[in-house]
Ligand binder design. Structure first.
Ligand SMILES: NC(=O)c1ccc[n+]([C@@H]2O[C@H](COP(=O)([O-])OP(=O)(O)OC[C@H]3O[C@@H](n4cnc5c(N)ncnc54)[C@H](O)[C@@H]3O)[C@@H](O)[C@H]2O)c1
Length: 315
């Protein structure tokens, strides 16, 4: 496992194709399975498009991209994909019943030693492991979107996940330049989505209470403490401000923070009206196609810039 050069990816959508690409660019032979024929047929084209900015900024040399794309092997034959799989990344649609059905099949088709790593955003690894005869070899390795541009991967252990499985996953992720972050116990939302949900709940409450509008809240986060968050986590920020200061802040602010347990009207009403955000062209903001494309390009340019800086520092 430590020296494996092979990976299997099941589910070649938004996340799966880019995770497969990362492994391929780092020298792994990657078998990719999906139930949708078109996801396999255009896998290399999508991977090429996804990798284009990495080439433009010089993080990947053009010949290395071609070599990487040649290491992506789409296949519609799950049994053959699994037959000698050592490490399997699962990135199929977020549906517990569908995933459990798949895990039962994978368990039957893969050798007993194969590790299954799910990219689920929300499902507990124990519930996926329970569909197999190897819960010690099942965990969550949660990449963030876009997975080829965001360095951290949450490794979430299920109740029966072994230390060896966690160690093998962390070692593998380091080999492709990722930073694994251990979540020792499965909790709803893992760490990242709990923190993001806490921020969004308070942001919604502030707008609902008329304290600030959507644009102001976004500006305060994005151009304010968000700038720092790209450099320091909340604990380092607290250390730099002074823990005495934060203890005083906590005493005053914590009792006033929102604790609403359900989506507040500001969110629920938009959803009821079919305003789901970018995917329906309207949410808190209007998202005409050109604006959305520009916003995604700006996001990716910032992420690329940071990735290039990380690489320079580690060289
Ligand atoms: N989109 C995100 O921002 C994001 C971020 C982190 C994690 N995730 C998680 O990653 C996983 C995939 O999400 P996505 O956004 O890539 O979804 P997606 O819809 O883009 O891709 C899912 C792919 O799974 C395939 N699929 C469905 N059932 C299958 C099966 N039984 N066998 C093989 N392939 C099957 C679909 O054909 C599709 O190509 C989900 O668990 C999701 O929660 C998503």
């Amino acid at each position: 496992m430590q020296r494996t050069q092979r990976i299997t990816v099941v589910g070649a959508g938004l996340m799966g194709h880019a995770i497969a690409l990362e492994f391929a660019l780092n020298g792994f032979e990657v078998r990719v399975y999906d139930t949708r024929a078109e996801a396999l047929a255009d896998l290399r084209d999508r991977a090429r498009q996804t990798a284009a900015p990495l080439v433009q900024i010089g993080l990947v040399a053009a010949p290395d991209l071609e070599a990487g794309l040649a290491r992506l092997h789409p296949t519609a034959d799950l049994a053959a994909t699994c037959a000698d799989a050592e490490y399997l990344v699962e990135a199929v649609s977020e549906d517990l019943a569908l995933k459990q059905q798949l895990y039962r099949e994978l368990d039957r088709l893969c050798p007993p030693g194969t590790i299954f790593a799910s990219n689920t955003s929300s499902l507990p690894p124990s519930e996926l492991g329970a569909a197999t005869s190897r819960p010690d070899r099942v965990l969550v390795a949660h990449y963030f979107n876009p997975p080829h541009l965001i360095p951290v991967v949450e490794i979430v252990l299920g109740r029966e996940t072994s230390q060896a499985t966690a160690d093998a996953t962390a070692a593998l992720l380091r080999r492709i330049g990722k930073t694994p972050a251990l979540v020792k116990r499965e909790v709803v939302g893992f760490v990242a989505n709990r923190l993001q949900a806490a921020l969004l709940r308070e942001a919604l409450a502030l707008v609902e209470q008329g304290v600030a509008d959507v644009e102001s809240v976004d500006a305060i986060v994005r151009l304010g403490f968000g700038r720092r968050l790209a450099v320091f986590g909340p604990f380092a920020i607290a250390d730099l401000a002074g823990l005495d200061v934060w203890a005083a802040i906590a005493r005053v602010i914590f009792p006033t923070l929102d604790t609403t347990p359900t989506p507040p009207p500001l969110l629920a009403e938009r959803v009821a009206q079919g305003q789901y955000g970018a995917k329906t062209s309207a949410g808190f903001y209007p998202w005409p196609t050109d604006r959305l494309q520009a916003a995604l390009a700006e996001r990716d340019a910032e992420l690329l810039h940071r990735l290039a800086a990380d690489r320079r520092r580690s060289e």
